[in-house]
Design a protein around this ligand. Structure first.
Ligand SMILES: *Cc1c(COP(=O)(O)O)cnc(C)c1O
Length: 368
């Protein structure tokens, strides 16, 4: 008996739904034929890339015909100094999404369970489901990861726990004390992945990066990205820091040329541009305050965020509001994919973008 193509597909892939990215400016232009369009949907840096990065990419153009360094030696060396780890503890990926996927590939098979928080970043379940693992979503508390409940959900079958700190799409975070107690309580047969895509934005005394615990917990993996505060979402570079053992396995399944040379030099230049980093953080802090004030003035609630986006409750008409904002040239992020049907997520923009968005939102709300 012959099998149909769908019957040949791996079990985990059957029910998988592809990730829905934020709508792009180009796509909206094609759909509506309007401009200008402001995208506040994917937590990108509104300042554009650093000038130093642009210059570094320019000077690398003659190398386009040769394969990149399969080991990203120069980027790893710089990161290892900066982070006080050794090169063998690092895995460089095509965005941090790739390193998250590598973790799933290294550790997961059918019969394994993966724990993550309800309303946590969607890629954890996508990568885990693709490997055929069983997904265990743990209820959150006030939009925050409930680490006690996540620890209670551990069984003999648990292989990985994903924690986003801060979390996307809620912007909430896990405190130093909670994190430490959690790490101590997790048995060593469970891999803990701390996704720190937004850690640079956090300005809380009680926040601590998982990097602090890397030497103490051999089952811990910390992931980071150049896509957000470094303004390089397009070049796709992220990394994982882990024990040499874990990083070694991840590097075995990684494709040799997963990160382009352009991307590597861009990431190196970005790490060297402290001024851009500070300006980005300052822009974000001011923009966040501006958005929170404006949203409050519209009598809307939001989830307090320590990242570069704000998730606001607009009510049952969220989808209509989203569509109406699109027609005014503002792309934001609907969250129905996360089960948050009355919410929209707005990335913090420049002062002018935030202002324009608030005006557009008011007009849309008034017209309902
Ligand atoms: C944006 C984001 C990432 C980063 O993805 P890249 O592949 O590095 O661009 C990772 N985790 C979370 C929670 C994010 O929001």
């Amino acid at each position: 008996m012959t099998k149909s193509i769908p019957e040949l597909v791996n079990t985990g892939i059957h029910k998988l739904r592809a990730y829905e990215p934020g709508k792009s400016i180009d796509e909206l232009e094609r759909e509506l034929g309007i401009s200008p369009i402001v995208k506040m949907a994917s937590n990108e840096n509104p300042l554009g890339p650093s000038q130093k990065v642009k210059a570094a990419i320019q000077s690398h153009l003659d190398n386009l015909c040769v394969y990149p360094d399969a080991d990203c030696y120069h980027l790893k060396t710089l990161l290892s100094e900066k982070l006080q780890v050794n090169n063998r503890q690092l895995v460089i990926g095509n965005g941090s999404n790739e390193v998250l996927e590598l973790i799933a590939k290294v550790f997961l098979q059918e019969s394994d369970e993966v724990i993550f928080s309800e309303h946590a970043f969607a890629m954890y379940s996508i990568f885990s489901e693709a490997m055929g693992a069983t997904l265990v979503a743990v209820k959150d508390r006030n939009w925050c990861h409930d680490l006690d409940a996540m620890a209670d959900a551990i069984t003999e079958k648990t292989k990985i726990i994903f924690i986003a700190n801060p979390n996307n799409p809620t912007g909430t975070w896990v405190s130093k004390g909670e994190l430490k107690a959690f790490l101590k309580s997790v048995p060593e047969h469970v891999i803990v992945v701390l996704d720190e895509a937004y850690f640079e934005y956090v300005d809380q005394e009680n926040y601590q990066s998982g990097l602090h615990y890397i030497d103490r917990f051999p089952n811990l993996v910390v992931t980071r990205t150049f896509s957000k505060v470094y303004g390089l979402a397009n070049i796709r570079v992220g990394y994982a820091v882990a024990s040499e053992t874990i990083a070694g396995y991840m590097n075995r399944v990684r494709q040799p040329f997963n990160v382009s040379g352009i991307s590597e030099v861009a990431a190196i230049a970005a790490l060297g541009d402290q001024e851009y980093l500070l300006k980005s953080l300052e822009t974000n802090a001011l923009g966040m305050a501006q958005l929170q004030m404006g949203i409050g003035a519209l009598n809307l609630d939001y989830i307090p965020s320590v990242a570069n986006f704000l998730t606001i409750r607009v009510g049952d008409l969220a989808q209509d509001i989203y569509q109406a904002l699109l027609r005014k040239g503002y792309i934001v992020r609907p969250l129905s994919g996360y089960g948050m049907t009355s919410y929209l997520r707005i990335s913090v923009g420049t002062e002018a973008q935030n202002q324009g968005f608030l005006v557009a939102l008011k007009e849309v709300l008034d017209s309902l």
